[in-house]
Ligand binder design. Structure first.
Ligand code: SF4
Length: 1528
């Protein structure tokens, strides 16, 4: 049951606003960060509480959350004009920036509830500075008052038809007792629903907010004859009995008898005029208010007045308080001791602050009062006399009465402890014959609580300012930087462009002056020698050029310092000015709302050489505000239209290098520069992953294009515009078209034209749906038989292939079948279907798959669908064991079941009961399906059709390989097709053999689909790099490739090689050629062939390593495919006419592989004991190097049949460790490997790819039989295996000296990702190192990197570089150093959950617990993969997480520390919170219970947490959770 008591003023106010409005605008720091107001509003809305003013009886008010810096009051216009009552809840920080709207809204019954800020000591100048905006202002000082006055505000707005601002100090209720919620009947009575209805039924016309459409409030104390023109809303007449008989018909504000502002200025030139405003005088307002308070008094017994006096009726001294803590003053005066200067004084305070009713003040003030102290709580004074002092002076002085002296004070921070002292100060001064005006009382310094809206400069923004630092170092000057303390200037002011701009200009002037001084000194200065003069003259010649000035500065300064004359000393006082600063102004997208009047405009119009960095933080998914008025202006377009500015649009989470380039160009540009920087976030502590995905969507879809515009380029004959992303929005395209810039750019970069001419949008999507459906219908025309529409919702492809097969079978039975994705189906056609079948899989927590959701969303809440003439059936696919917890079992096949129920509810008739396919059934979903399908044919009357044709067998990988003409397929032709970024499915299989395959960016897949675009296809390219050794030159070449042809990052893989992502089709060939130019290749890096051969990196023994490494190369070369297709497709030049493509009879020959290659991938690795850093047990062939007594390589123990990949819930699949076949000599090792591979080639399962790896062949055949087959082919026998010992499978970080005296450093590269971020320029650093490194790089099997073979004399330079780029940092927890993750999202098509982007986050969350248990230094091998394919070899880790669904993982425990033992499933489908609880519990136990030297994996087994897996075939045995389930 809801709590009926209220504890904070915001809560009280929010509830009243909720009950009294149709729309509540909730102003928030960000949409993800709630305020006290918004929390209450949301709670009420979630309880579906109703508004008392809603027109229909069941309507709940609309809560619109708006960010505080996104011009929140703009949201008021549309609803209020359509006759909806609008209120807003906010802090005072938005008031001043919203002043233009306040004027326009004053004549509409809007209520704004303002919690004054800063929270612990509010600044009332936020109120006084808008006092003449024509609004009525009411204030409250306590929790109870907040509730009553909030209600008064709404009732008053409705009665007067005018805007009311209710303001209060939110801490005024602190510590007070909770109050009862206002009784709804009281609220209803006070609001007066008749008045409400009158307003709601007479919407206000007027539309453009830029028109002069508001008229100011009409308040007057000088009655004028009443002229009530026609058109005055009825309610004004209805209130005639209380209204003043006289009103003005013209705008005029009389704030006091000595009003200074009678008519607020017009905001823009008028084009349309709002309908006549209700004419209401200040007297009317007073009367309405008093009548509301009378009513309240009768109903609740509390009394309120326009001015409230507390104290003796005979008091001679009084305090007029305009501040927050009325009770504090009241109590202090009440407790005054005799003799206290303030004894017997009274306090008066304005509850109705505007309109200012001087006469009422006089009425409220006892006649005995002689002296009044006016206390104004303002932090910053802008005028000599406070505005309240002037109000009081003009009202009281001019009146009759005995007040002799009125003195103004600036009220500072006062507490219980200091109140007496403050009051003494006030009254002692007041008693003086000539009291001091404007005396400050109380503390100036206010204890700082964190400012509530400090999001204006969120922490994330630091990424951009950091880049400024990196680029310009000490030259960078940020006028309004985060940390700069602008003494005496409030944060709000210092964040404005105007303020920063002024300060930059002052800086520029100062430097100009300094240059003149230098000139003077160089010409006439009295130096001791001529040396300084020469240096100064040289400096002067380049003083305006950033770089030249920088270069000359050092010399000049040192010369002046040596000289030590008076002139030198004077110049040195400003020595920083010898450098030319890069002047920056940093601001937010809030500047984009009113460009014409903004500081942006000011900077552009000035033509000054200053740079603006404007950070836009609106997330892509929040971009589309329904209200067109709310849209931000495009600063980039505005600036480009201006003509004289450099403009760049950047996004650090999309392209780091483009940001660098833009900032550098902006700095060089001689004139104003604007760099727009995208950094979308929902809340202050946004995870970088969200920022990244939001950025990607925005950039990819052209909402936030990356570009640079340099008007100076024209002079060089180059296009002004450079597009750095691929898509641009319409407005930008139009701008460029106008200027012919686009044509110029396309001439230069022709690849853009195809993309730019594509269009997209939701209408297109709708049209596509219609077209697809019509095309089907056309196809079916002329066919006989009953129609059958089959719709599928499919994530993994199973539902789709079932649907297609059902379609084929239906056609064979003479039905007119249509098969399409649910999302492609125009839902309005549903009632016209005769027979319709749905096949849907289950996603996430029982949700529809992505392509099923739109249809489901469209029908689930529909109230209009009539499906009486439709016959239907549903088949669902799910996994009954997917959710381990009982309460989650409802998710099993939920979409199918839901759909079946809803269709029946709409009156449709079932053809067959819902069918449920379960992955756990013996044949998976086929079991359920084979029962369901016949029922469907039965119902359709086509069960017994004779002569059904045989169904063609599905095309398998084996067919594709066979038909490919030795891996050619039609790859070459498809590369030339620019109409799509994709290649066909068959060619996708074939390109794997060439080391590349197609992916799409899953972060933006759904968004692109929604926009009617094909997925963002790109290619992954994997190099072949036996043993993971690369030269420094190759490193630089790889770095170049990822920069220019890929996505600016590269991955060091778990198989010791380079991998690129994000290579688009058009750049694929260029990338392959570049890799080959660097003397690497990609052939057979993927595909059903022998892949990259791994080898322990072993930095400690270089000579021995060399011998073993040579074997890895030899094996790799020996097992390479021979097809010439690779060379033909990728390496021939475009003009080479001799290219052979499929169709020509190419006489290729594969002596080892044959035309169908291997049944599955084949992996070989070599470990050098005691290091198992390649996980030698995890590969098809694992070779363990054996050292002879002479210290040289003797040969290898050969293991066969290890492998990682499995399929969730398919017990026929399992990971396996390699089994020993015996020992083989060095000279024979490549031959032995070949023979193992050939036995697998001939005996591997080619029918079932899930059962095709060597591990299954050996397990099915038995090791001995397999060995004998190998020996038979080989003609030799394996010797017995030799003894060896492993002690770990992780890397050893830091420096090591090898036996030859060379040095090696192992870097920690988290999950192998080489990239630059604003915090860590790892990629740049490694490139710099590669430029000078004379040795080699070794990539490790754990995805780290070794700087190898550094001579002693090169060490210092190397160490310096490493330190400069923070590459020597190894201060990571043991857990992090031993962790490893595969790529997964966003590129891997198989990923079910995040991996590389998430594991580091998870580890961070565990590190505190490690610390607490003293485990920080302990190495625990933890691995994560996004799916059970197992690329990061998770099954051998001590603890592993394997993706099951987005955000959910299967957890495994008990792997061996040196990779010798497989782990076992511990928990299924657990999410982060459970993972953390489990891990923390286990780590704490491990720390306590472990024995000396006992490893985590071993402990979990000894402690009985998990059963040991002895080999792959018992991987599924004894899994804790399953046992439980069987007991059910
Ligand atoms: S383990 Fe799965 S998700 Fe991770 S990279 Fe490999 S295939 Fe992709």
């Amino acid at each position: 049951m809801a709590d009926t008591r209220i504890r904070t003023p915001e809560e009280a106010v929010a509830r009243i606003a909720y009950l009294s409005s149709d729309v509540v605008i909730s102003v928030q720091p960000s949409l993800a960060a709630d305020t006290e107001f918004s929390t209450t509003l949301k709670q009420l809305a979630s309880r579906k509480e109703q508004s008392l003013v809603a027109r229909s009886s069941d309507a709940i008010p609309e809560i619109q959350s708006v960010r505080h810096n996104a011009d929140p009051l703009l949201s008021v216009f549309t609803p209020i004009r359509s006759g909806r009552l609008v209120s807003a809840t906010t802090t005072s920080s938005i008031l001043l920036p919203s002043v233009a709207h306040l004027y326009k809204l004053a004549n509409l019954p809007v209520v704004i509830h303002v919690a004054l800020s800063p929270k612990n000591f509010p600044d009332y100048s936020a109120i006084t500075s808008i006092r003449n905006s024509g609004w009525t202002f009411l204030q409250s000082w306590s929790l109870q008052e907040a509730q009553d006055i909030a209600l008064t505000a709404h009732a008053l707005a409705i009665r007067s038809g005018k805007g009311v601002i209710h303001f209060f100090d939110p801490s005024s209720g602190a510590g007070a007792e909770a109050i009862e919620v206002a009784n709804v009947d009281v609220v209803r009575a006070v609001l007066n629903l008749d008045n409400v209805r009158r307003f709601q039924s007479a919407p206000v016309s007027g539309s453009g907010i830029y028109a002069d459409d508001g008229q100011v409030a009409v308040v007057s104390e000088q009655p004028e004859p009443l002229t009530r023109p026609s058109g005055v809303p009825e309610h004004a007449t209805a209130e005639a009995d209380v209204a003043s008989p006289t009103i003005t018909s013209q705008s005029s504000v009389k704030s006091s008898q000595q009003s200074t502002t009678s008519s607020p200025p017009s905001v823009s030139t008028a084009t349309t005029i709002e309908a006549s405003a209700p004419l209401v005088s200040s007297e009317d307002i007073f009367k309405y208010t008093t009548s509301i308070w009378d009513q309240l008094n009768q109903l609740v017994g509390r009394h309120y007045g326009a001015f409230e006096w507390t104290g003796s009726a005979k008091a001679e001294n009084a305090v007029f308080l305009f501040g927050s803590d009325l009770a504090l003053f009241y109590n202090a005066i009440a407790q005054a001791k005799s003799g206290d200067s303030f004894e017997g004084a009274g306090i008066i305070a304005p509850r109705l602050y505007r309109p200012w009713l001087g006469a009422k003040l006089i009425e409220a003030l006892p006649k005995s009062v002689k002296k009044v102290a006016v206390l104004e709580q303002v932090s910053r004074k802008t005028t000599k006399y406070g505005p309240v002092l002037i109000d009081v002076l003009t009202s009281v002085k001019s009146a009759f009465g005995g007040v002799e002296s009125i003195v103004g004070y600036q009220l500072g921070y006062v507490t219980k402890a200091t109140i007496k002292q403050a009051l003494d100060g006030v009254f002692q001064n007041l008693a003086l014959e000539k009291p001091v005006q404007n005396l400050e009382v109380g503390e100036r310094e206010v204890p700082q609580e964190s400012a509530e809206y400090n999001l204006e400069k969120p922490k994330l923004e630091i990424s951009y300012t950091k880049i400024l630092d990196q680029l310009f170092g000490s030259r960078a000057y940020v006028a309004n930087s985060l940390d700069s303390d602008n003494a005496g200037v409030s944060n709000t002011i210092s964040a404005t462009p105007e303020y920063g701009f002024g300060s930059l200009l002052a800086r520029k002037e100062k430097r100009q002056k300094f240059i003149s001084e230098v000139k003077e000194a160089a010409a006439n200065g009295r130096f001791l020698t001529d040396v300084p003069k020469r240096a100064l003259t040289k400096w002067l010649s380049g003083a305006d050029d950033g770089k030249k000035a920088e270069q000359a500065a050092e010399e000049v300064i040192s010369k002046l310092e040596v000289e030590n004359s008076t002139v030198s000393k004077n110049l040195l006082k400003n020595k920083a000015l010898f450098r030319k600063q890069s002047l920056w102004l940093v601001g937010s997208d809030a500047w984009a709302y009113d460009l014409g009047n903004s500081g942006v405009h000011q900077v552009l119009a000035s033509g000054e050489n200053v740079n603006m960095l404007i950070i836009d933080s609106t997330p892509y998914s929040e971009r589309a505000a329904a209200d067109a008025n709310r849209r931000k202006k495009d600063i980039g377009l505005y600036a480009m239209n201006f003509g004289n500015a450099y403009v760049a649009s950047t996004a650090v989470y999309s392209s780091y290098t483009q940001v660098l380039q833009a900032m550098d160009e902006a700095d060089k540009f001689n004139g104003p520069s604007i760099v727009l920087a995208y950094l979308p976030y929902f809340g202050e502590h946004e995870s970088p992953l969200t920022v990244l995905t939001e950025t990607k969507k925005a950039v990819d879809l052209g909402y936030w294009p990356l570009y640079r515009w340099n008007p100076e380029n024209e002079n060089k004959g180059e296009p002004n515009f450079a597009l750095d992303s691929e898509r641009i929005k319409k407005e930008l395209r139009e701008f460029l078209d106008r200027d012919n810039q686009l044509t110029q750019m396309m001439r230069k970069d022709p690849q853009f034209s195809a993309i730019l001419s594509e269009d997209f949008g939701t209408e297109i999507r709708a049209q596509q749906k219609r077209k697809a459906k019509d095309a089907y219908n056309q196809l079916l025309e002329g066919l006989f038989g009953a129609p059958l529409t089959i719709l599928f919702g499919s994530d993994g492809g199973n539902a789709q292939s079932l649907a297609k097969r059902l379609g084929t079978r239906g056609r064979a039975r003479g039905l007119k079948t249509t098969v399409m994705a649910m999302e492609d189906y125009p839902v309005e056609d549903l009632p016209t279907e005769e027979n319709i079948v749905f096949i849907t899989s289950t996603a996430g927590q029982g949700e529809f798959p992505v392509n099923g959701k739109p249809l489901w969303d469209a029908i689930k809440d529909s109230t209009e669908l009539d499906l009486a003439s439709v016959r239907y059936s549903v088949f669902g696919l799910g996994d009954s064991h997917y959710w381990p917890r009982k309460e989650d079992k409802v998710y099993y096949n939920k979409p199918g079941k839901d759909l079946d129920r809803v269709l029946a509810n709409f009156g449709a008739t079932r053809l067959a009961d819902v069918g449920l396919g379960d992955d756990q059934d013996p044949d998976g979903y086929q079991t359920g399906y084979s029962e369901w399908e016949p029922k469907l044919w039965e119902a359709l009357g086509v069960a017994n059709v004779e002569g059904l044709p045989e169904e063609p067998a599905p095309i398998t990988n084996e067919d594709i390989k066979l038909a490919s003409n030795y891996l050619r397929g039609t790859i070459a032709e498809e590369l030339l097709d620019t109409s799509t970024g994709a290649i066909s499915a068959a060619n996708s299989q074939l390109t794997k053999f060439h080391g590349t395959y197609m992916q799409d960016d899953r972060d933006i897949r759904d968004e692109r689909k929604a926009q009617g675009l094909e997925p963002a296809y790109s290619f992954m390219i994997r190099c072949r790099l036996p043993g993971g050794i690369s030269t420094p030159k190759q490193w630089i070449q790889m770095d170049d490739i990822c920069n220019t042809l890929g996505n600016e990052t590269m991955k060091l893989t778990t198989r010791q090689t380079f991998q690129f992502h994000g290579v688009v089709k058009g750049k694929l060939k260029a990338a392959m050629q570049a890799i080959n130019r660097s003397l690497m290749t990609t052939i057979a890096a993927c595909g059903d062939v022998n892949r990259n051969v791994m080898c322990s990196s072993l930095p400690s023994q270089s000579k021995y390593h060399r011998e073993v490494f040579a074997c890895s190369q030899k094996i790799s070369d020996h097992l390479l495919p021979s097809t010439s297709a690779y060379h033909e497709i990728w390496l021939t030049d475009d003009n080479d006419k001799k290219v052979q493509v499929a169709g020509d009879a190419v006489q290729d020959f594969e002596p080892l592989y044959g035309p169908t290659y291997l049944p599955r991938k084949f992996k070989i690795s070599i470990a050098i004991p005691p290091h198992n850093d390649v996980d030698v047990y995890a590969h098809d062939i694992g070779l363990i190097a054996i050292k002879g007594p002479d210290g040289h390589l003797l040969g290898f123990n050969l293991l066969a049949g290890g492998g990682m990949g499995t399929t969730h819930n398919n017990k026929k699949t399992y990971p396996q460790v390699g089994k020993s076949l015996g020992f083989v000599e060095t000279s024979q090792v490549h031959i032995a490997c070949e023979k193992v591979m050939l036995v697998q080639r001939d005996h591997g399962d080619r029918k079932d790819r899930k059962h095709a790896r060597l591990k299954y062949t050996i397990d099915d055949m038995g090791v001995d039989v397999f060995r004998s087959k190998v020996e038979e082919l080989w003609g030799q026998k394996f010797e017995p295996a030799k003894p060896y010992h492993f002690d770990s499978n992780v890397d050893t970080f830091g420096w090591i000296k090898d036996e030859t005296g060379l040095n090696h450093f192992t870097f920690f590269i988290e999950n192998g990702r080489i990239e630059d971020t604003a915090d860590f320029q790892m990629k740049t650093g490694l490139r710099e190192i590669a430029k000078v490194h004379k040795g080699e790089f070794r990539l490790t099997g754990n995805q780290h990197l070794i700087l190898s073979n550094v001579a002693d004399e090169d060490l210092p330079a190397m160490k310096k570089l490493m330190a400069q780029y923070k590459l020597d940092n190894l201060h990571f927890s043991g857990l992090r150093l031993s962790s490893s993750a595969c790529v997964a999202f966003p590129t891997c098509g198989l990923a079910m959950a995040e991996s590389e982007r998430y594991l580091p986050v998870l580890i961070t969350k565990l590190e505190k617990c490690l610390e607490e248990n003293g485990l920080r230094q302990d190495s625990i091998v933890m691995r994560m993969t996004g799916c059970p394919n197992g690329c990061a070899r998770p099954w051998l880790a001590e603890v592993a997480f394997v993706g099951k669904a987005f955000g959910a993982y299967n957890m495994y425990l008990g792997g061996g520390y040196h990779g010798q033992r497989l782990n076992k499933l511990y928990r299924s489908s657990i999410k982060e919170d459970e993972i953390l609880v489990i891990m923390k519990g286990l780590l704490a136990r491990y720390a306590k219970e472990r024995e000396q030297g006992e490893r985590f994996g071993d402990w979990t087994i000894r402690a009985g947490v998990i059963k040991a897996t002895t080999e792959g075939r018992d991987f599924h045995d004894g899994v804790a959770e399953e046992d439980e389930e069987e007991e059910e």
